[in-house]
Each structure stands twice: as C-alpha cells, then as structure tokens.
Design a protein around this ligand. Structure first.
Ligand SMILES: [Zn+2]
Length: 326
C-alpha cells in the first residue's frame, strides 16, 4: 500500500511523522499518521537503532477538532536494538505526541487536566464530552493520581511561593527547581514551618527566589544562613512600585501651579480683578436684592445667621476685605 503525504497538514506533526488520510463522520474525525523511516534510541541501553523490525498500529484520542471527538490512527515502527548485550531485542519508537502505552495524546491529557482543575471529576467529564472528549470521571481521577512531584535532594537553586489550594482557604508552599521551573515539592501551610523541615534535607541550596513574605525569609535565614535570597521578578516589581509611590508622595506637592505652560515654584500672587470690570457692563446686570415673598405677597423670613450683615464678625470681614483691596 502506498501512503501519500498530505503536505498541507505537515505543520501538525514533527519531521518523522506525516498525515496521509483523514475521514470524518457525524461524531468523530479520524487522522491517519505514518512514521517515516528514522532512527530511534533504545530505552534500555540508549543505543541508536535504524534497524526497523515491524510496524504496529496505535489509536489515540486527541484534542477535539470542531467539538468532534478526534482520533489519531498511527502506524508506528518497532526497532531492533543493535546492541547484542542489551536484554531488549525489539522496542517501540517514541511518539512525539504521546507517552508509550497511552491511549491519549499528551495535548489531550493537558486539556483534561486543565478543565478538571476547576471542576469536580464528574463535572469535568460532562463538560469535556460537550467539547468532544470522551473521558470518564474515573479516568480523570487516575490521571490526577499519576501526577507526582519528584523531589531532588541535590537541587541548588529553588523558587518558593505560596499558593492557594482552595481559593482563599487552604494555602501551601510550592517549591520549584529554578533551572526549568518544574515543581519539586508542595508543602502544607505557608508559615515557614514545613519549609524549615524541607530545607534541612536540601542543604546544597545556594540560591532561593521567594516572595516578600517574612515567614519564608526567616525560615531560610535560620536553616541556610549562607543562602542568597532573591526577590523574584514579580515581587521585585511590586517592591519598586511601592518605593516609587513613597517617593511620589514625598516629592510631589499636593498642588502644582502652571502658568503659560511652565510649572511655578510657588503659588502665584492672587490678583484682585474688580478694577478691571467694565462699569457699564456691570450696571446692566440686574440684581434683585428684595426680600423673597410668597405668591400672596407675604415676605418669606429668610434666616441665615452666616449672612447677618450686621454681625460683628461680618463687619470685621468686610473691613479686612477693603484693606486687602487697597
Ligand atoms: Zn538496547
């Protein structure tokens, strides 16, 4: 049988694999993948083999296309190990999109984990089925159970941060390897106690990036006093912004005076404008100063102590206004 590569879809796979057929029905899409002759590494002895032994078929569920369940039908290679001392005679090639013996692609597993992170397993299973992924809640649980954090007692540089396991309720301390940022430990609480215990077993650590919480700082100071502590980028930025705010508060006055586009050093002198008034124009303004009256003509008693023109206080103010004016 001849396999004709669909060149327009070559971007979907790596250079060692190609698509040669696709079919579609009401519920599902099927993509047919073939392995090109290439070399592969023996998983036991690590020697490279170009010796093809046979092909085998694998069917994997992939991320859905247009909400339809999507399958990869893969014709993959088995290789013969060239190392005569190796106990492995025949091995299967590594697929770039799935782990050995998996029935799902890595991309689909990531999608399942991503959706189920915010839902119950049962809820996630239902939502995923609407999206075109068939996965039972038991399988979701199994995928979760397989996640493990592999601690490394020889790690030399780590990042430490607090994370909420249940929004705003239960907190944990996440420790990740600074080399590639993968999680190596998830400790209970964020008060630094569990961190101290963990640090005692990881004495090779020379560098820690952490948040600004003092609990972590004091735990590190206590157990590994020689260790360099770095505020991570996010918290460094936060520190910088806090500092800038302080500076702005101290340096920038509450009022800024600008005249003709220039900032003045101090408040400008107030100018009395009355003399500039056009007398004629002013007299045209009609100002009714009569006592307010109701419709039947009775005067409305208007009591405003603040405007008592005969008060001592008001008279004093009027005097001082006159003085300022001259
Ligand atoms: Zn081998």
């Amino acid at each position: 049988m001849k396999y004709n590569e669909i060149n327009s879809l070559s971007f979907l796979l790596d250079k060692n694999h190609y698509l040669y057929k696709h079919t579609e029905d009401e519920q599902s899409i099927h993509l047919y993948v073939k392995s090109r002759p290439h070399s592969s590494i023996c998983p036991i002895c690590g020697e490279e083999s170009k010796q093809l032994h046979a092909t085998y078929d694998r069917v994997l569920q992939d991320t859905p296309i247009h909400m339809k369940q999507t399958f990869l039908h893969v014709k993959a290679y088995k290789f013969e190990c060239p190392n005569s001392n190796c106990k492995c005679k025949v091995f299967m090639e590594d697929l770039p999109f799935a782990k050995p013996s998996q029935v799902r692609t890595d991309a689909l597993t990531s999608l399942i984990l991503g959706v189920s992170m915010y839902l119950s397993n049962e809820g996630a299973s239902k939502v995923l089925s609407l999206l075109g992924v068939q996965v039972s809640n038991d399988t979701i649980k199994r995928i979760y159970d397989r996640i493990e954090f592999i601690d490394n007692p020889d790690v030399e540089a780590v990042g430490i941060d607090d994370v909420a396991i249940r929004k705003g309720h239960k907190y944990a301390t996440a420790i990740y390897d600074l080399k590639d940022h993968h999680l190596i430990a998830l400790l209970e609480g964020r008060d630094g106690e569990t961190l101290k215990e963990w640090l005692r077993k990881h004495t090779k650590i020379r560098l820690v990036t952490r948040d600004r919480a003092s609990a972590y700082a004091s735990a590190i100071n206590e157990i590994l006093p020689e260790c360099i502590q770095v505020a991570d980028r996010f918290h460094l930025l936060q520190n910088l912004l806090d500092k800038l705010k302080e500076i702005f508060k101290a340096e920038i006055p509450s009022e800024i005076f600008i005249e003709n586009g220039k900032v003045l050093d101090k408040a400008p002198k107030k100018i009395w404008c009355e003399n500039d008034l056009d007398e004629e124009q002013f007299n045209q303004l009609h100002y009714d100063n009569t006592t307010p009256a109701s419709l039947d003509g009775t005067e409305i008693f208007f009591d405003n102590k603040k405007r008592n023109l005969d008060s001592v206080q008001y008279k004093a103010h009027a005097e001082s206004r006159k003085k300022n004016k001259n």
